[in-house]
Design a protein around this ligand. Structure first.
Ligand code: DNO
Length: 353
């Protein structure tokens, strides 16, 4: 198992590579090019430049999160082959600098959703909250406006203002895409890219849907055991794999995470590990890692991976804002560093028996 840490890049992150390389047990950063819109080929020089900076800091850049999928691929639009070609070209360029895993998602239109980005907890920390009634009764535009207001001008991946400007029209395009058609569009994409992933030795790791149930009437794919199995069967190559995100699968209390981690371990190439606390009405907030603070048993999940010989990548996922830190919701330095210490400590104990 290798621990990595998400980094949004010099102009997009208040956390520096120097901060990250001081966290014990972290071997690499999980990067992206924030400025490149979905569907465009990533410029070679920008990739090389990023790789140079990361390796100069003594870290690896084995994992990329995300190369985003253009909406027309998800919709199965007439120009999807062109967009897929661009995607493959980006994969080729990433392979040149030794990238081993690409995390991506296939959620229609939106990435993750929360109702509050900085919800205060009684200990004075701030965290992200999911208020089910609120999300189920709001509109994407209202939610985007709420994020813009709460996030102090920080562009949130998946909720970029350019994307939100057309969100209503984009969602309407899905009126004609049934859940079954969505599975077909997914398979079409996989069958085009997975042979390239094999050639380039890049493991593709789809992120689970967050939240793991439909919102705004949009299709859902990666939300429970049965659908994960269906997804993996669409293309049986080991290069067609998962990002096992405990926070998104764990939002549904029906999901048995240690069992899923064990069952799918050979196809899990990357894991996002964090805890959350279920409260009333299907609501939850993102909690501190240890068992007594959240509803998920991270020890049991890590043990399930460990016992199957997991040798992929793990990153701490969202953390709370603590010690007066101000930054990207979920992506402060301190609580995520505590997450690394927690994960690394559990793993060391598992290794030593
Ligand atoms: C949220 C993240 C997601 C993830 C994408 C992968 O914090 O885990 O935004 O990066 O879904 O494409």
């Amino acid at each position: 198992m290798k621990i990595v840490f998400r980094w949004f890049g010099e102009n997009h992150d208040h956390v520096s590579l120097r901060d990250i390389c001081q966290i014990p047990a972290v071997e690499g950063v999980v990067c992206t090019l924030m400025d490149i819109p979905a569907g465009e080929v990533w410029p070679e020089d920008a990739i090389q430049d990023l790789h140079k900076k990361v390796t100069a800091a003594g870290l690896n850049m084995d994992v990329i999160e995300s190369v985003n999928i253009h909406e027309n691929i998800k919709l199965g639009a007439p120009d999807r082959d062109q967009k897929i070609e661009n995607y493959i070209e980006t994969m080729k360029r990433l392979a040149k600098v030794g990238v081993k895993v690409i995390c991506y998602n296939f959620m229609p239109v939106l990435d993750w959703a929360r109702s509050n980005l900085y919800h205060p907890l009684p200990d004075g920390s701030e965290t992200m909250l999911f208020d089910r009634d609120f999300i189920m009764n709001t509109t994407p535009e209202a939610l985007a406006a709420r994020y813009a207001e709460q996030s102090n001008g920080i562009a949130l991946p998946g909720w970029e203002p350019e994307r939100m400007a057309h969100v209503k029209e984009t969602i309407a395009l899905y009126d004609n895409v049934s859940q079954e058609q969505y599975w077909k569009n997914t398979k079409y994409f996989l069958d085009a890219i997975i042979p390239w992933a094999e050639k380039l030795d890049i493991k593709m790791a789809i992120h689970s849907d967050d939240p793991p149930w439909p919102i705004f009437g949009l299709p859902r794919l990666i939300n429970n055991r049965e659908n994960v199995q269906r997804f993996l069967d669409l293309n049986p190559s080991v290069y067609n794999g998962l990002t096992f995100c405990t926070g998104s699968f764990g939002a549904d209390i029906e999901n048995d995470l240690p069992a899923m981690a064990a069952e799918f371990s050979s196809r899990i190439h990357f894991a996002h590990v964090r805890n959350l606390k279920h409260t009333e009405n299907g609501n939850f907030y993102e909690s501190a890692h240890p068992r007594s603070y959240g509803s998920l048993d991270l020890y049991a999940i890590l043990k399930a991976l460990h016992d199957k010989g997991f040798d992929g990548y793990i990153r701490p996922d969202h953390g709370r804002m603590i010690w007066n830190e101000k930054g990207r919701p979920g992506y402060g330095l301190y609580d995520r560093a505590l997450g690394v210490a927690y994960i690394a400590g559990i793993w060391e104990a598992l290794e030593r028996g």
